[in-house]
Design a protein around this ligand. Structure first.
Ligand SMILES: C[S@@+](CC[C@H](N)C(=O)[O-])C[C@H]1O[C@@H](n2cnc3c(N)ncnc32)[C@H](O)[C@@H]1O
Length: 270
């Protein structure tokens, strides 16, 4: 599968179905049934800071951080529809953001050595070039900047999941491994009468890409929310799966390598 096909297919999905997901995966949530910013406090120091969101989607996370007095709001997203929605949502709430419609993998006119925070809530896994994307993010961050991101747990599409039917498969209690953890090839997921193209990356792929870009991991969180963990009795298949291997992971990294201009940054995953 080539990069153009992947980007075209995923952009088509988001341009068509953006409205279905408005605010669904946005701060204070890092993901569905994951611990929230209210517990993690990763953005506590955002007041007065310049922030950039990779895959800003509906704009709800930018608004959340603007409410906490972030100074400058920037964002990149591949979807024109998301850009329209986010601009409108932020305007209705009295905020302005510099929003750019582009794949995150592209050379984009974003200032370098400029941001205090770069973050992505459920966005990074969409990249077709993880190494290149992390390197770009490191270049946007200024010295001591922070990178925070969240994504599916790397076992999500390997265990108790049917790719063909786009649903969790959890029968008679055992969690069946349906797909090799080492297989990072792209696959089609039918959704809403359309489709998206994704791949499943290993934890080491994320860690090594971060290291290559000069980041050091400060924190990684793998934690399903308390309500799901404590749920008993007749709970959904999804909830059973989340109770078993905790659904998301989240980490925080610091860019330690000396860059030519002595730039440093930090970073976080879900
Ligand atoms: C699951 S949504 C999450 C967005 C955001 N957290 C929200 O709550 O709306 C994923 C977003 O990634 C964007 N996206 C997908 N592939 C992309 C790419 N290659 N470059 C930039 N944005 C991309 C989509 O348009 C979509 O807005």
């Amino acid at each position: 599968m080539n990069q153009d096909e992947i980007l075209k297919t995923n952009k088509h999905y988001w341009d068509t179905y953006a409205d279905l997901w408005s605010g669904a995966t946005a701060l204070p949530d890092y993901g569905v049934h994951f611990v929230t910013e209210d517990e993690l406090h990763l953005f506590e120091a955002v007041a007065g800071k310049k922030i950039l969101e990779i895959c800003f989607g509906s704009g709800h996370s930018l608004k959340y951080l603007a409410d906490r007095n972030a100074l400058e709001l920037w964002g990149v997203d591949i979807s024109h529809k998301q850009l329209e929605n986010a601009e409108r949502y932020l305007r209705e709430n009295g905020y302005h953001a510099n929003l750019i419609c582009s794949p995150m993998e592209a050379e984009i006119d974003i200032p370098k050595d400029y941001f205090d925070f770069v973050y992505s809530i459920y966005g990074i896994g969409w990249t077709t070039d993880l190494d290149g994307t992390f390197q770009k993010i490191a270049s946007y961050l200024k010295k001591d900047g922070i990178f925070i991101f969240s994504w599916h747990h790397t076992l999500n599409y390997c265990i108790a999941w049917s790719c063909e039917n786009r649903k969790n498969v959890y029968e008679n209690d055992p969690l069946v491994m349906n797909k090799s953890y080492f297989d990072e090839s792209y696959f089609r997921i039918p959704i809403d009468g359309s489709e998206i193209l994704l791949c499943n990356r290993k934890i080491s792929t994320y860690v090594n890409a971060l290291a290559k870009a000069g980041f050091v991991i400060e924190q990684m969180v793998e934690q399903t929310d308390d309500a799901t963990m404590q749920a008993k009795g007749d709970i959904s298949t999804k909830a059973k799966k989340r109770k078993c291997f905790r659904f998301r992971f989240c980490s925080r990294q610091e860019n330690y390598r000396e860059k030519p201009n002595d730039q440093r940054g930090e970073c976080i995953i879900e």
